[in-house]
Design a binder for this molecule. Structure first.
Ligand SMILES: [Zn+2]
Length: 322
């Protein structure tokens, strides 16, 4: 019985409304279509809010009286049980091994306790063992009409095709800054930090929140800012020295995030030279990132980047004072 208990462990964030889930436009369409599929695969990078979205989708599809935008009503017995983390017909896969899969398939063979639908949520389906995948195929392939499967993964490419082919794949898109910034401030992130975090996280809400409480990120961010801000003052020799140091100690993703943020600030301020400089710097950093991915020597990559930033910043890098 231990496996059954684990299969229904409350491992999800409390179900919010679908309209509060950032980057989930497709989910709202899916839930509001009136013809829900029996299996969904929600895909997005880590920190993109996959679990929150899965929970909200289950809430919306199990709700007795969904409202506008397919939002759960929040007051029916299903909504109240889900909010309390005690919904008898919402099951979460506890792990990725055969035992966990079997516990879930046993639960899927039963009729829903409340007589409506039962939701089976499988977080990180890309981590299932081959044995677990084999055990889950039948219930996902031949579900009862009351059964709803919601799987999450980084990408459909990471999930066995036998599973993907049985699911409606729904991508979670990066949240636009205009939505993510107020979302972050509502969760206690200082207003001056929220736009920077939104950019640094690439529009992923969970990632932005994780960075907000990570002192190591603040260090990486400051190092990247200082490196970029200094570029305009470097002579060629110093640019090469700084590149060598950066290859060891600076985070290229953070350099990209700072430049993206500078571009956004410059665009908002109508600062054309600043915008051009930031865009040119961003293009150079993006090229550097793909060169590193392609195993070009890190130091050479950073040298090319340092020289390009030095040249672009002649135009102007207009970093706000901190
Ligand atoms: Zn409801």
């Amino acid at each position: 019985m231990a496996a059954d208990q684990r299969a229904t462990a409350p491992a999800l964030p409390a179900a919010g409304r679908l309209s509060d889930v950032l980057g989930a436009q497709r989910l709202r369409k899916v839930a509001g279509s009136g013809r829900p599929a029996h299996a969904y695969l929600l895909v997005g990078p880590r920190g993109s809010g996959r679990r929150t979205a899965a929970s909200a989708l289950a809430g919306a599809l199990l709700c007795a009286h969904p409202g506008e935008n397919a939002d759960a009503c929040g007051t029916c017995p299903s909504c109240r049980a889900l909010a309390a983390g005690s919904h008898a017909d919402v099951h979460v896969l506890a792990g990725h091994r055969l035992d966990d899969a079997r516990a879930l398939t046993r639960a899927a063979a039963l009729r829903p306790v409340h007589g409506g639908r039962a939701a089976f949520i499988l977080p990180n389906a890309d981590e299932l063992t081959p044995e677990a995948v084999a055990a889950l195929l039948k219930p996902i392939e031949e579900p009862s009409p009351e059964t709803l499967f919601i799987l999450t993964a980084v990408s459909p490419d990471h999930v066995p095709e036998t599973i993907v082919s049985r699911c409606q794949v729904v991508p979670l898109l990066p949240a636009p800054s205009a939505e993510l910034v107020p979302w972050l401030t509502q969760r206690g992130v200082p207003p001056e930090a929220a736009p920077v975090l939104a950019d640094a996280a690439g529009g992923r809400p969970g990632r932005a929140l994780a960075l907000a409480s990570d002192p190591a990120w603040q260090q990486r961010h400051t190092a990247a800012r200082d490196w970029i801000a200094g570029a305009g003052r470097w002579r060629v020799g110093e640019a090469l020295t700084r590149a060598a140091a950066a290859a060891e100690a600076t985070d290229l993703d953070e350099v990209l995030a700072v430049l993206r943020h500078m571009a956004r600030d410059a665009a908002a301020a109508g600062d054309q030279p600043g915008l051009l400089a930031a865009c040119d710097g961003f293009a150079a950093a993006a090229t550097a990132a793909s060169a590193v991915d392609g195993h070009v020597t890190a130091r050479l990559t950073w040298e090319v980047l340092a020289l390009r930033l030095r040249r672009s910043s002649r135009v102007r890098y207009n970093l706000p004072k901190r």
